[in-house]
Design a protein around this ligand. Structure first.
Ligand code: MN
Length: 491
């Protein structure tokens, strides 16, 4: 059976505290979701603001394959607003728990049914697809829900969605509720779960097992409070564990996740399932050894299947084999004795709690091998200025393979300007900055900072570090260390 994916990254996801997207950003995400293969895009809530309506309208008129939906309360004004944005369908939200009916709406069950049916009629009169959603459905009387579905069927609803609005469900109860509802429903059932107990994915899957055929999800699990069921988890579990199909092109999951992370400015936790930085990263020697023999030993999900690449990192749990593979990756060949010496030093640094970057690994290998490396780039002079009413500007004088190069650049701040100037001076080296990260080691404004960068060159990611009390110099050091490694071993 095919399960429909209803993505609400642009509505519930945007309700994540601190997230606000411009109309253009919404359109970019909508296009990526459409390309990913989601069936329905909930583009927003039209009544919210002028900018929100602009975004929804842009998406609705983009000619995407997906059905474009918007959130509406059971109010004609909300539906009018939605129609002014040219959407295909309405996610019509009716609170159905007695708690919500009494305290939020100040009405009765009968009063709610009447208002709901009126809103459905209004939508249908205007030719809209209606997905009736029982808000706080998980805390509603299932007999009342069945009655509501029964009446709504008569008014021509197209889907019915049960929402676990406050994230209080457990899989067993979800299964029980959907087994009841499926008997009444003449239309596809959807499920909308929140992750307050970390059960959003489990509850969504339980609903599907009991008959739901539409899953409401968000990319990276964004959403109100603890977030919604995440698209990547639900889709991969449906595919790998339950053998349900979706229209999702799973290899595009990584890039969509990164786009949403960037535009929503909510960093994905490193240990997040499927899309976290560590999801396909291995440090432990035993695991790396197993993976090198047969990847399935420690990878139940193929990294490529979701658009990621496997990564090995160095630390105190590292094994001899991973050190060897990572050296080979840098085209450094060592004999067994040298390998043992490099391995010992990596372990020693790991034990001290130090992160061992690719640049560190190379330096260790070279010292073990007795090789004195000439750095391709040396920074001779660097000036970076910033201030009030001044465009941050930097100029550098470097020696690139002995040749003097002078360049300058502006930026959003002195670090950015300095990095841009270095980049201008090293244009011929093929790489891009994939990540920049600063840690402050001590507390004051004179703190020592540790800058970690990841540079991407020809499909390889290399890590490098710079340390010091001047953030501009530490950043440039990390950056230049990384470029030097790329010049020696990759480009
Ligand atoms: Mn929600």
């Amino acid at each position: 059976m095919k399960i429909k994916v209803f993505d609400t990254t642009l509505r519930d996801g945007e309700q994540t505290p601190g997230v606000s997207l411009t109309p253009d950003e919404k359109l970019r995400i909508a296009k990526a979701l459409d390309d990913l293969g989601v069936d329905v895009i909930e583009a927003g809530s039209a009544i919210t603001s002028e900018g929100e309506r602009e975004g929804i309208k842009l998406i609705a008129n983009e000619g995407l394959k997906a059905e474009i939906s918007t959130y509406c309360r059971i109010l004609r004004g909300d539906i009018d607003s939605a129609m002014s944005c040219d959407v295909d369908s309405i996610f019509l939200v009716a609170p159905t728990s007695d708690l919500h009916i009494k305290y939020k709406l100040g009405t009765t069950r009968d009063g709610l049914v009447e208002k709901t049916l009126d809103a459905i009629q209004y939508c249908k009169d205007h030719g809209l697809i209606v997905d009736l959603c029982a808000e706080d459905g998980s805390r509603s009387d299932v007999k009342f829900l069945a009655k509501l579905i029964d009446s709504a069927n008569g008014y021509g609803i197209d889907r019915f969605t049960l929402a676990d609005t406050v994230g209080i469900m457990i899989p067993e109860k979800m299964s029980e509720m959907f087994s009841q509802l499926i008997k009444k429903a003449k239309v596809p059932l959807g499920v909308h779960c929140h992750d307050d107990l970390g059960l959003a994915t489990a509850n969504t899957l339980a609903a599907v097992k009991a008959g739901a055929s539409v899953v409401d999800v968000t990319v990276n699990g964004l959403g109100e409070r603890a977030g919604n069921a995440s698209l990547e988890e639900v889709v991969m579990a449906l595919k790998l564990v339950y053998n349900f199909e979706t229209n999702i092109d799973t290899q595009k999951i990584a890039s969509v996740s990164k786009l949403v992370e960037k535009l929503c400015e909510i960093p994905v936790a490193p240990n997040k399932a499927i899309v976290g930085e560590n999801a396909f990263t291995h440090e432990a020697g035993i695991h790396v050894d197993g993976i090198l023999k047969k990847p399935e030993t420690y990878e139940a999900i193929k990294p490529e299947s979701v658009g990621f690449k496997r990564r090995f990192v160095l630390g105190k749990h590292v094994g001899m084999k991973s050190v060897k593979v990572m050296l080979q990756d840098l085209s450094i060949s060592v004999d067994d004795e040298q390998l043992r010496a490099v391995f010992d030093q990596v372990k020693y640094l790991g034990d001290k709690g130090k992160r061992v970057t690719n640049v560190d690994l190379e330096a260790i290998a070279h010292s073990v091998m007795g090789i004195d490396v000439r750095r391709a780039i040396e920074v001779d002079e660097l000036v970076a200025v910033a201030g009030n009413k001044l465009t941050p500007t930097a100029s550098v004088k470097i020696r690139l393979n002995g040749k003097e190069v002078i360049e300058s650049a502006t930026g959003t701040g002195p670090v950015d300007a300095a990095i841009n100037a270095i980049r201008n001076a090293t244009k011929e080296v093929p790489f891009e900055l994939a990540e920049y990260h600063v840690d402050s080691i001590s507390g004051g404004t004179d703190a020592v900072v540790e800058v970690m960068v990841k540079l991407k060159s020809k499909d390889k990611i290399i890590t490098a570090q710079g340390v010091g009390s001047d953030i501009v110099l530490a950043s440039v050091e990390a950056f230049v260390n990384g470029i030097n490694l790329i010049i020696r071993h990759i480009s």
